[in-house]
Structure formats: structure tokens, C-alpha cells
Design a protein around this ligand. Structure first.
Ligand SMILES: Cc1cc2nc3c(=O)[nH]c(=O)nc-3n(C[C@H](O)[C@H](O)[C@H](O)COP(=O)(O)OP(=O)(O)OC[C@H]3O[C@@H](n4cnc5c(N)ncnc54)[C@H](O)[C@@H]3O)c2cc1C
Length: 341
């Protein structure tokens, strides 16, 4: 295609990433975003090394390092605080890039730089003048519903989660989880005493209405102090989306519109940014785009589901597995993602 007219629906991580990646190839795109203030609110986000590598390729390496906080160590503890896994981050990612935790609003601010975004909710008539329509409109994608009406609706994975950012956590450079029975608490340092926390519970029901903090009452300090400091808590049901086919006619899906999983691998932003980069290089070969990206997304889905299944193991068995072969399993889950997308 010479000088294609491109519409990107969604100004999130995937959509803004695609706008930058296409522009670097000399292709200008219109970006529709329905939320007039998408930067507002949000909590934190952990960006493993392949996400930071993609941001660096997009030209944001220095900015993300400055805005975020480098994570150097992975620690998994049981619900009493006893060690299960301890790993330097470079043992997982082989030094391909730093891994970083950042406030969500900062990531959006960085990606928004230099991109004109039109505040508009997409309807199918909008697609007519364009040669390429990129559905980057998230897990409840309107583009997916319109072009892939046969695709399965988002499927609840049987987990609910609470997320918040708080202060008073002096630990630096650490990604740390406490593993309870059917529940997990994660604390990721944001630097200068700030911390991004994520708590989840295995349940078939919607988020419990009782005070959710009591679900984590058996967890040790500093979890109790962090829970006590939780304000502006985001909570929701975790859902999964996966499509074998992400390209039809002039439409292609990227980011959560094409693949969204339980966040236990923290690969959402990485996959979205990699999608954006690969798309920009395959505008004339969208089947090639689909082949490359569906394979990667399928790998992440397989690993994510494996981790989700491990939540149902008896705690004694799970803890023994984690203490003995946990580091090896951890590294193997990410190994193929070290390769460039
Ligand atoms: C609890 C939880 C924790 C997570 N933690 C992490 C983590 O630590 N690390 C990580 O990498 N990932 C994490 N993720 C996943 C990550 O947030 C997503 O994968 C990522 O935000 C996907 O980006 P996206 O741009 O595809 O979708 P979104 O961020 O959902 O962006 C889609 C955009 O499209 C807009 N939009 C929607 N419909 C329309 C329409 N009709 N017209 C115009 N605009 C529209 C929306 O307003 C939105 O701005 C987590 C997810 C959850 C649920």
C-alpha cells in the first residue's frame, strides 16, 4: 500500500504504540479514543524487560527509565512470609532491557506525546474512508464485535483482583508476592516509598461485597500495613480473550482486543507494544502479522493458564514445587519472549 489511510481505534497502550510505530515508517494514522481523559486515574503497571525493549525501539527508553523504577529482584513468599523463590531479574531476562514499574498515568503520558488523538467513540460507519482499521480498543473491543462477530466473548477466568498505589514502602527494586491458598498479594516498588499493590482471589462469584481486606488477614507484614493504606482501589473480574484469527479484510486487532489474560505473567503491555511494532513492519502482509503474533500470544496464554492452574494445587505441594524447581519453571515460562518479536 502506498500512503495508506489508517484508523486506529483506541488510544491505550496498543493504539498509541501503533501510532508511533507507524509514524516511524512514514505512515500517519488517525487515532480515535472515546475517553476524553484516559490519563486520569489508573494504578501502577509492571513492565517486564520485553515491554521496556519495545518502548526503547519506539524511542521511549530514556523516558520510561526516568519515569519508572527499575525492578532487579523477584521474590516469592508463602502466606506466612517464608521464602519460595528468589531470583535476580537478569536471570529471567538475560539483560535484554531493564524491567520497570511505573504509575499507569505516566506510561500513558509518555505514549501520548506527539500524537493527536480525536475524542470519539468508534462506530462501524467510521471505517469507510480508511485502507486499514486497527482495532486497539481493549478487551471489550467494538471493532472485534463488528468484524469478528463469531469470536467468543471475554471469558471470566475465575479470579477477581484489587489494585492500588500507596506510600510508606521503603523496599526498593523488588517484585514480591505472598502466595496464600487461592489468593495472592503482590507488591512492586515504584521508588521513593511508593508501591503498586495487586491482590487477587480465586472465586467463581463476582468480587465479594464484604470488606475485601479481611480476605488477606492471614498474610504477614508489610501486607497488613499496605492494605491499611489502600485508597482509590480498583477492582474487577479477570477475563480472557484469545483469537486464532486477528486479521480480516482491512481490519486487524492488536493488544487486549486480540488477547487478554489473567495478569500473572504481566505480559499485557509487552504484547500490545510488540503488536504495534510488528504491525508497522507488516502493513502489506497482514497475514504475516497474524501468524507471528498469534503464535506469541498463544505461548503467553499457555503459560498464564498453567500458572492459574497451579493456584488450585494443595499449598504444601505447590510450595514444594516452587522451592525446588520454581526458578527453572519461572525462567522457562519467559524464555521464548527473550527473542525479538
Ligand atoms: C488487574 C490487571 C492487572 C494488570 N497488570 C498488568 C501489568 O502489571 N503489566 C502489564 O503489562 N499488563 C497488565 N495488565 C494488562 C494491561 O493493562 C493490558 O494488557 C493493556 O492495558 C492493554 O492495552 P490496550 O491498549 O490493548 O487496551 P486498553 O488499555 O484497554 O486501551 C483501549 C483503549 O480503547 C478505548 N476504547 C474502547 N472502546 C472504544 C471505542 N469504541 N472507540 C474509541 N476508543 C475506544 C478505551 O477507552 C481505551 O483507552 C493488567 C490487567 C489487569 C486487568
Amino acid at each position: 500500500m502506498t500512503d495508506p489511510r489508517v484508523l486506529i481505534v483506541g488510544g491505550g497502550i496498543a493504539g498509541l504504540g501503533a501510532a508511533h510505530a507507524l509514524r516511524a515508517k512514514g505512515i500517519r494514522a488517525d487515532v480515535f479514543e472515546r475517553n476524553p481523559r484516559p490519563e486520569a486515574g489508573g494504578t501502577g503497571i509492571y513492565l517486564p524487560a520485553n515491554a521496556v525493549r519495545a518502548l526503547t525501539t519506539l524511542g521511549f527508553g530514556a523516558e520510561i527509565r526516568a519515569a519508572g523504577h527499575e525492578i532487579r529482584q523477584i521474590r516469592m513468599l508463602d502466606h506466612r512470609g517464608r521464602p519460595l523463590i528468589e531470583l535476580p531479574i537478569d536471570a529471567v531476562w538475560g539483560g535484554i532491557a531493564p524491567s520497570v514499574a511505573v504509575e499507569h498515568a505516566e506510561l500513558r503520558r509518555i505514549l501520548r506525546g506527539g500524537i493527536d488523538v480525536l475524542t470519539k467513540s468508534f462506530v462501524s460507519d467510521d471505517a469507510a474512508p480508511y485502507d486499514l482499521v486497527v482495532g486497539a480498543d481493549g478487551i471489550r473491543s467494538a471493532v472485534r464485535e463488528w468484524v469478528f462477530p463469531d469470536a467468543a466473548a471475554p471469558r471470566p477466568v475465575g479470579e477477581v483482583a484489587w489494585r492500588f498505589v500507596t506510600d510508606g514502602y521503603p523496599v526498593e527494586h523488588l517484585w514480591c508476592t505472598w502466595q496464600g491458598h487461592g489468593r495472592t498479594f503482590l507488591a512492586v516498588s515504584l521508588g521513593a516509598g511508593r508501591v503498586y499493590c495487586y491482590a487477587d482471589l480465586t472465586t467463581a462469584a463476582a468480587a465479594p461485597s464484604a470488606d475485601w481486606r479481611t480476605l488477606f488477614a492471614e498474610f504477614p507484614e508489610p501486607v497488613q500495613a499496605l492494605l491499611a493504606g489502600a485508597t482509590d482501589v480498583h477492582h474487577g473480574t479477570i477475563e480472557e480473550v484469545f483469537l486464532d484469527e486477528v486479521h480480516r479484510g482491512k481490519t486487524v486487532l492488536i493488544g487486549d482486543a486480540a488477547h487478554a489474560y489473567s495478569p500473572n505473567m504481566a505480559q499485557g503491555a509487552a504484547l500490545a507494544l510488540e503488536d504495534a511494532l510488528v504491525l508497522a513492519g507488516t502493513v502489506d502482509d497482514l497475514d504475516g502479522y497474524a501468524r507471528r503474533r498469534v503464535a506469541r500470544a498463544r505461548w503467553v496464554r499457555g503459560q498464564t493458564r498453567r500458572r492459574d492452574r497451579a493456584r488450585h494445587l494443595p499449598p504444601l505441594l505447590r510450595d514444594t514445587v516452587l522451592r525446588t524447581i520454581g526458578p527453572r519453571l519461572f525462567k522457562a515460562a519467559f524464555r521464548p519472549l527473550l527473542d525479538p518479536p
